[in-house]
Ligand binder design. Sequence first.
Ligand code: NAI
Length: 302
Amino acid sequence: MSEIQFDGKTAVVTGAGGGLGKAYALLLASRGAKVVVNDLGGTFDGKGVDSTPAQKVVDQIKTTGGEAVANYENVSEWAGAQKIIQTAIDNYGQVDILINNAGILRDKSLLKMEIADYLKVIEVHLNGTFFCTKAAFAHMRGQNYGRIVSTASAAGVYGNFGQTNYGAAKMGIVGLMNCVCQEGARYGILANTIVPTAGTRLTATVMPPDVIDKIKPEYVAPMVAYLSSELCQVSGKIFSAGGGYYSRAAIIEGPGVFFDPEAKITPEMIAEQFEQISSVEGGREFGSAMEQTGHILSKMSV
Ligand code: NAI
């Protein structure tokens, strides 16, 4: 197989001052991409700002002969997101790849969760992903090409204690990307979602140091680079990556049960058939909401 290269392509990586985003930026730059290294800086829980992390990554890329420019805007502000994308346009004339990666944590159990902490996490992850995607999409549509990789989490896909804000934001991103996938299809814009696992300052809050050292962000980066490449042709999919493990996660709908809608359907009928209704054995994925509705309608007319 020929090597995957990004010559002539411009990538925006948000939150690329450290952790996973830094690994993505370094890999893409090492393979020829011009990279906008965005990072607001600040603490893992979203306090303060610091231009040092983004600048350091840019310096590292330039030292090894790559091309990069730093940006310190906040993804969770619409004006900031527009400036992030404009940095790519001003410096390199285009934006081909957007990696929505910036993120923070403010974990608390539901009853202890401050409303401000709920909203802040939604703003950075979900609004930030929406804003950057919207700003980049305009340019990608104009050039009939784009690759968008956004970041969910097992906490959203599968749930985790103390992360209602984060889980909601991360699963919101899956829904957002499922719809961006539909809107981008006719313009060559592909949108996928990554569920990473890596030792970073975020996971250092919940994982022991020896585990943190073992599961390096560099193990996630090849998957993200593939999804960012011309070679990639899938869209609207969720991929897990971490510690050398790469897999696809999916939302499956079981074959279910069809009752005659003209007859009276009672809660007792649901109870009686609940095992079959709950089973996903022999289930399937739907490519869009319209496909799922079409499936229901086709069964009704039988
Ligand atoms: P990290 O803390 O090392 O990196 C996140 C970066 O985003 C930081 O450099 C931070 O300054 C930046 N950032 C935060 N808010 C920002 C804002 N408003 N605007 C611009 N930049 C901002 O953490 P890590 O682990 O590398 O996280 C990257 C992404 O992966 C996050 O979205 C996180 O939720 C997600 N994730 C990470 C997992 C892991 O195992 N490390 C697991 C699941 C998801």
